[in-house]
Ligand binder design. Structure first.
Ligand code: ATP
Ligand code: MG
Length: 872
C-alpha cells in the first residue's frame, strides 16, 4: 500500500514536482470561464484554450495548475460511482509548444511511481490505437510490458475541442484495485477494478475546415489528474467521498441527521455523498460570483442548491442546514482557495436565502402534489409531474411513488417530452449570441482601445459588415458594423454603455455616425450609420468621440464608485457590488446589503457623495500587477475576470476599485448627485438608481412637468398639492360612502314592491325576485331587509348590474335552515346556470355570474327548488 497523503499534500506535491521540471505555477482560474461560449470551467486546459488556439501568448512555456472544475454532465453519477463529482480539482501540467510526448510520459510516470509511490505493477495505461509512438514510449520510458498498454479507439482516446482546430491522441493512466483477479480479459472500463486517474493529451494535429489533419508546427501538452481520485488511491478508501477532501463535510451532515455514516447501507450513503459533493460545488460557484437564477450557469447553481437541500432532507436532516455544511467546506478548502474566506459572508447569505426560498417552495410543492393526486383520475399527467419537478424540485421518483400509493400511474412519455423542451431551452440559454450575424472573425486582430488617452484617433478600417457578410465598401444610407485597428470609442462593458460619436476622413467628405459599440471577444464592432460619402475597407478614418456624451458617462461612472464607497461606510464592509449600469442619463448599482436602507441612510449617502464631489478630489487611473492592487485593498467585482495586470481607479481617501471604465479626472466634474430610487430586487440584494450632473436636469424636468400640470389642474401652488390631494381624496371617500348607503336604502325601498309576489307555504313565506340592475351590496341589503319582513322563510334575489354581470343572493331564516336549506350550498348551482359561482354561510350567501340572459332561468330554478323544499 502506498503512503497515505492528505489531499492538500497531493496537490502541493504535484505542483512542486512540475515546478522542479521548469513549470510556472499559476493560480486556478475562476469557475466562470473567459470563453463566453462555455458555461463553466470543466477542465484544467480551458483557461489556456486561447493559447492552444494560437489566439493568445503563452504565460510561460510550461505551466502547472490545480484547477477547480464543475462538470454538470457527471451530475447523475455523483454519489453513485466512486469517482465522479460535480466540483473537483484537476491537477495539470501544460506545455505550450515546448516539451512533448516523451517528457510528458516520463514525468507522468515519475510522478505516480516516485512522488506518489504507486507500485508500478498496479498501473495500466491506454493509448490511442494509431499512436504507435506513445505505445513505444510507455515501454521504453516506463518499462511497462506491452500487454499493460491498451490500445483504444477515438471515442475515448482522441481529444478535440471542436470540429476544427488543434487535436490529438491521448493516453490515460489507470490504477488497478484488484490485481489478484488476474490479467485475462481485462476491461479498463470496469470501474469496480480500474480507476482512471491521469489523462495526457498530445495536441499534435490540426483539423482544417475540410476535415483534413495536418501536423501542428508547435505541439502542446495538456494533462489532467483528478485530485480526489488520487486521494482515494493514496488514502486507501473505497471512493472519493471518504477521502479527507470530502469526509468532514459528510460527517457534519451525518451529525446533523443524527446518524453514523459508516453504519449506513451503501444506498443510504448516497444522499450524504451528494450533500458532500454539492456543498463544495455551491460554495465555489458563489465565491466565483455566480448567483442563483433561472438561466445558464445561474440555473446550474440553483439546481445544485435545490438538490443539496432535497438530499439533506432525504438524508434525515430537519430544517435549514446548508450554511452548516458550507462552513465545513469553506474551512476545508479556504487555505487552497482564499476567495472562499474572503467571500464567506456573501456565500452564507446567498446560500441561506436560496435555501429558505426553496424550503418554502418545497412546502408548496407538497401541497400541490396532494392536490394533483386528489384530482388525477387513473394517471397523473406528465405536465403535472414536470411542474412538480421543474418548479418545486420534486424528483420524479417521489411523484411516481406517491402516485403508486394511490393506484395512479404517471404519464412518463409526456414528462419526458416536457423535459426535452426544457433541455432545449437550457441549451439555447447556454449559447451566447454572435453579434456579427455569423461572420468569421478569425485572424482579425484585437482592436486597440486608445480612448483613455484622448477622444480622437486615426484608425484603419479592417472590415465593413452587414447582415452576416463582409463588404469592401458602403455608401451613404447604409447601416453597418465597422472593424477598426484602433478605437477611441469605449465599447460597452463592465456595466458602462458605449461611447457615441462619428467617423470622418482627412478630406472631410465622409461622415459616419457611431451610435453603439459592442465587443465580440477582443474585437470592437462599431455600429455606424453612413450619413455622407463612401466608407472603404483598408482606408484610414478619423474617429471622434462625442465629448458631452463621454462626460455624462464619466460623471455617472465615477459617481458609482463614490456611491459604492459611501454604501460601505454607512452599511458596513460586507456591502458587495452585484451589478451596475452606467448610462448617459443615470446610474444603477446593485449590491448585497445586510438590510434595507432607511430614508436617513439615503440622505447620509447622498450627502457623503456630494461632499466628496465638492471637495474636488483627484481621480487617478493606474495599471499595476494584480498582486499590488490587492495589497492596496482595491475592490474587485466578483464575477469579473482579471489578468496579471489590472487597471485601478482611485479617489484618494475614498475609493479604490478595479475598473476598466472611463472616469472623470476630478470628482468636481460629477456635479450634484441624487439618489432617485432604492428597492429590493432579490433576497438580500438591493438596487439604487441615481442621477448626477447635468443629467439631473432631465430627471427634474419630467417631474416639474408633472407638478406644474397638477398645480394648474388643482389651482393651487405646487407646495400645496399634497394637502389639496389629501382633501380631495377624503371628500371622495366620504361621497362614495354616502352613495353606497343611498344605493342600499334605494334598493331596500324598491324591494318593497316585490312583497306582492310573496308565496306562502304553511308557516313559510318565499320570495324570489328580479331587482333590475342593482349592485351586489345593495342587493344583499335588500335580501336581508325582505327576510325580516317575511319572518320565517327564504329570499332569493337576482340582478344584472352590467351587460355581462349577474348578481345573486340567497337569505334563509333559521327555521328554513332547519328544513335542510343552506344558502352557501344553495346559491352555487343557481349561479352556475348564469355562468358563475359563489357561496357563503347557511343564512346568507352571494354569488356572481356572467350571463344576464340566463338570470331568469336561474331564478326559476331557485324558485322550483324552494317550492319542492317547502311542499314535501
Ligand atoms: P471518466 O471517464 O472517469 O468520467 P474522463 O475521461 O471524463 O473520466 P477527463 O476528461 O480525461 O476524464 O479528465 C481528466 C481527469 O480528471 C480524469 O482522469 C479524472 O482524474 C478527473 N475527472 C474527470 N471527471 C471527473 C469528475 N466528474 N469527478 C472527479 N474527477 C474527474
Ligand atoms: Mg467523464
Amino acid at each position: 500500500m502506498p503512503v497515505a497523503l492528505s489531499g492538500n499534500q497531493i496537490r502541493e506535491k504535484f505542483l512542486q514536482f512540475f515546478e522542479s521540471k521548469g513549470h510556472k505555477r499559476l493560480p486556478s482560474a475562476s469557475l466562470i470561464p473567459e470563453d463566453p461560449t462555455v458555461l463553466l470551467t470543466i477542465a484544467g486546459m480551458l483557461p489556456f484554450k486561447p493559447v492552444f488556439m494560437g489566439k493568445q501568448a503563452a504565460p510561460a512555456p510550461r505551466a502547472t495548475t490545480s484547477q477547480k472544475c464543475v462538470r454538470t454532465n457527471d451530475i447523475e453519477n455523483v454519489g453513485r460511482t466512486a469517482r465522479h463529482h460535480t466540483f473537483f480539482e484537476m491537477l495539470g501540467n501544460f506545455s505550450f509548444g515546448d516539451y512533448f510526448k516523451r517528457e510528458a510520459i516520463a514525468w507522468a510516470w515519475e510522478l505516480v511511481t516516485v512522488v506518489y509511490a504507486l507500485p508500478a505493477d498496479r498501473l495500466w495505461v491506454s493509448v490511442y490505437e494509431d499512436d504507435g509512438e506513445a505505445f513505444g514510449l510507455w515501454q521504453e520510458v516506463a518499462g511497462l510490458p506491452p500487454h499493460r498498454i491498451r490500445k483504444m479507439g477515438a471515442e475515448s482516446n482522441f481529444w478535440e475541442s471542436g470540429p476544427t482546430g488543434p487535436c490529438g491522441p491521448c493516453s490515460e493512466i489507470y490504477y488497478d484495485f484488484h490485481p489478484e483477479r488476474g490479467e485475462v480479459e481485462i476491461d479498463l472500463d470496469d470501474d469496480s477494478r480500474f480507476l482512471e486517474i491521469y489523462n495526457l493529451v498530445f495536441m499534435q494535429l490540426n483539423r482544417d475546415s475540410q476535415g483534413n489533419l495536418s501536423e501542428l508546427p508547435r505541439k502542446n501538452i495538456d494533462t489532467g489528474l483528478g485530485l480526489e481520485r488520487m486521494a482515494q488511491v493514496l488514502q486507501g478508501v473505497p471512493n472519493n467521498y471518504e477521502t479527507d477532501l470530502l469526509l468532514p463535510i459528510i460527517a457534519r451532515a451525518a451529525e446533523l441527521a443524527g446518524k453514523d455514516y459508516f453504519q449506513l447501507s451503501e444506498a443510504d450513503k448516497v444522499s450524504f455523498k451528494i450533500v458532500g459533493d454539492h456543498t463544495r460545488a455551491v460554495v465555489h460557484l458563489i465565491a466565483d460570483g455566480v448567483k442563483p437564477g433561472n438561466e445558464g450557469r445561474e440555473y446550474v447553481l440553483r439546481r445544485l442548491v435545490r438538490r443539496l437541500v432535497r438530499r439533506g432532507r432525504q438524508a434525515g436532516i430537519a430544517g435549514a442546514f446548508t450554511q452548516k455544511t458550507a462552513a465545513v467546506a469553506i474551512d476545508l478548502m479556504g487555505g487552497a482557495y482564499p476567495n472562499l474566506i474572503e467571500r464567506r459572508s456573501a456565500i452564507m447569505t446567498m446560500l441561506g436565502n436560496e435555501e429558505a426560498a426553496f424550503l418554502r417552495t418545497l412546502e408548496n410543492g407538497e401541497k400541490l402534489l396532494a392536490d394533483i393526486l386528489g384530482r388525477s383520475r387513473g394517471t397523473v399527467s406528465g405536465e403535472d409531474a414536470f411542474t412538480l419537478f421543474d418548479t418545486y424540485g420534486f424528483p420524479l421518483e417521489l411523484t411516481i411513488e406517491a402516485a403508486a400509493e394511490r393506484g395512479l400511474a404517471v404519464d412518463l412519455k409526456e414528462y419526458e417530452a416536457k423535459m426535452q423542451e426544457q433541455r432545449e431551452r437550457a441549451k439555447r440559454a447556454a449559447k451566447t449570441t454572435d453579434l456579427t450575424g455569423g461572420v468569421d472573425l478569425t485572424g482579425v486582430p484585437a482592436t486597440e482601445f486608445v480612448g483613455y488617452q484622448g477622444l480622437t484617433a486615426q484608425a484603419r478600417v479592417l472590415g465593413i459588415l452587414n447582415d452576416g457578410k463582409a463588404y469592401g465598401s458602403a455608401n451613404a444610407g447604409a447601416e453597418v458594423l465597422i472593424l477598426l485597428t484602433h478605437s477611441p470609442f469605449y465599447a460597452e462593458g463592465g456595466g458602462q454603455v458605449s461611447d457615441r460619436g462619428y467617423l470622418t476622413n482627412e478630406a472631410q467628405d465622409l461622415f459616419v455616425i457611431i451610435e453603439d459599440v459592442q465587443k465580440q471577444g477582443e474585437i470592437f464592432l462599431h455600429k455606424g450609420k453612413i450619413q455622407q460619402g463612401q466608407l472603404k475597407a483598408g482606408e484610414v478614418v478619423i474617429c471622434r468621440v462625442d465629448l458631452v456624451s463621454r462626460r455624462l458617462l464619466q460623471a455617472h461612472h465615477t459617481a458609482t464608485h463614490l456611491l459604492h464607497a459611501a454604501l460601505r461606510k454607512v452599511l458596513g464592509e460586507e456591502v458587495q457590488q452585484q451589478g451596475s449600469l452606467v448610462a448617459y442619463d443615470r446610474l444603477r448599482f446593485d449590491f448585497n446589503s445586510p438590510r434595507a436602507l432607511t430614508p436617513q441612510d439615503i440622505a447620509q449617502i447622498e450627502q457623503m457623495v456630494n461632499t466628496w464631489v465638492m471637495e474636488g478630489r483627484p481621480v487617478g487611473a493606474e495599471v499595476m500587477p494584480i498582486a499590488k492592487a490587492k495589497e492596496l485593498g482595491a475592490l474587485a467585482f466578483f464575477g469579473d475576470k482579471y489578468g496579471e495586470q489590472v487597471r485601478v481607479i482611485g479617489v484618494p481617501g475614498v475609493s479604490i476599485e478595479f475598473c476598466g471604465g472611463t472616469h472623470a479626472s476630478n470628482t468636481i466634474e460629477i456635479g450634484p448627485f441624487k439618489i432617485v430610487s432604492e428597492s429590493g430586487i432579490a433576497a438580500g440584494v438591493r438596487r439604487i438608481e441615481a442621477v448626477a450632473g447635468v443629467a439631473l436636469l432631465g430627471y427634474m424636468r419630467t417631474r416639474e412637468q408633472v407638478t406644474n400640470a397638477l398645480s394648474s389642474e388643482f389651482k393651487v401652488p405646487v407646495e400645496q398639492i399634497p394637502q389639496r390631494v389629501a382633501a380631495i381624496v377624503g371628500e371622495a371617500k366620504q361621497a362614495i360612502k354616502q352613495v353606497d348607503s343611498l344605493k342600499s336604502a334605494l334598493a331596500t325601498a324598491r324591494s318593497e314592491a316585490l312583497m306582492s309576489e310573496v308565496e306562502q307555504y304553511g308557516e313559510f313565506r318565499v320570495l324570489v325576485g328580479h331587482m333590475g340592475d342593482t349592485e351586489p351590496e345593495p342587493l344583499k341589503a335588500a335580501a336581508e331587509h325582505l327576510l325580516t319582513r317575511l319572518g320565517e322563510g327564504a329570499v332569493v334575489l337576482g340582478s344584472a348590474p352590467a351587460a355581462d354581470k349577474v348578481s345573486l343572493v340567497a337569505a334563509f331564516s333559521p327555521r328554513a335552515i332547519g328544513m335542510g336549506l343552506d344558502a352557501g350550498k344553495f346559491i352555487g348551482p343557481i349561479a352556475q346556470i348564469a355562468g358563475g359561482g359563489g357561496g357563503g354561510r347557511p343564512n346568507i350567501a352571494q354569488a356572481g355570474g356572467k350571463q344576464p340572459e340566463k338570470l331568469k332561468a336561474a331564478l326559476d330554478q331557485a324558485f322550483a327548488k324552494l317550492y319542492d323544499t317547502f311542499n314535501e
